[in-house]
Design a protein around this ligand. Sequence first.
Ligand SMILES: C[S@@+](CC[C@H](N)C(=O)[O-])C[C@H]1O[C@@H](n2cnc3c(N)ncnc32)[C@H](O)[C@@H]1O
Length: 295
Amino acid sequence: MLTEELSLTEFAKFRDYIYATAGIRLGDHKRLLVSNRIRRRLKATNRGDFGEYYSFLMSPAGRDELPSFLDEITTNETYFFRDRYQYDWLKSKFAPEIAEEAKNGKRNKSLDVWSAACSTGEEPYSIAMSLLDGLSLQKDWRIRIIGTDLSSAVLATGRQGIYNDRSLQLVTEAEKRRYFDNSKDDSRPWAVKSDVKNTVTLQSHNLLLKPKGGPYDCIFIKNVLIYFDDGSRSVVVGHLLSALKPGGYLVVGPSEGIFKMLNGLERLQPWLYRKPIAAQAARPVAAPVLRGFKK
Ligand SMILES: C[S@@+](CC[C@H](N)C(=O)[O-])C[C@H]1O[C@@H](n2cnc3c(N)ncnc32)[C@H](O)[C@@H]1O
């Protein structure tokens, strides 16, 4: 019979599996929340109780269930221009700086940015909007913004590029006119314009694994490592630093908890770091044992 809440032993099993697969460290106070979320997957997969669902998840047949399971566990809250000052910096400092470098022949007119753990896409699209503006919509630049997330469900929403009013809570009327068309969906009336959309590619990626692309001129990592512990954070930080170009910038969320791991970078703001041109090799770190994901 299905009990209301996971037992302590059941919770420990799910908690350890979530840590091993996603790096997310759940405290005991999350037991009820996790129980409620897993219960939805029990229904969806026709499992009678938590134990049966866990056995299914561990079985070869349950391998395809892992993404849906993690979709229930992760927090996907996001919106356009979250922490507006970071986008002001992109537009008014970063973009002019690289435009000047290109003018002086110090770089190509190409730019690679990674929005790591981008959820439904508001973050990479906000980056695109700021850069297109900052580079004065210059057509001869190759701007490539990669947004990645563990969850394929949020990425699918992001690829549609259609949003509700809540996602646009910080977007001004002028920005709405500039970056959005009206969609045909009444509940999600805002469609990202194609010139913005075309610069963004959304891909599935687990932050615990080595990044596939790069190197990047700028990486955003926001509101995700807050759910990790120091062990899994340091694995991710190692990957981020290895994917950052010498001289590249790291934009960090306000509560990420990684400041002490960024000693090798120049600290420009509490939320902004720069990799030295002659960067030291990142220190090796102890990784959580990954389960369920192919390297
Ligand atoms: C709260 S959202 C943050 C979105 C955006 N960066 C922002 O600040 O608005 C956190 C996202 O991290 C993703 N996530 C959690 N663990 C992850 C992992 N191990 N690898 C990649 N993405 C992960 C979740 O799926 C979720 O969409």
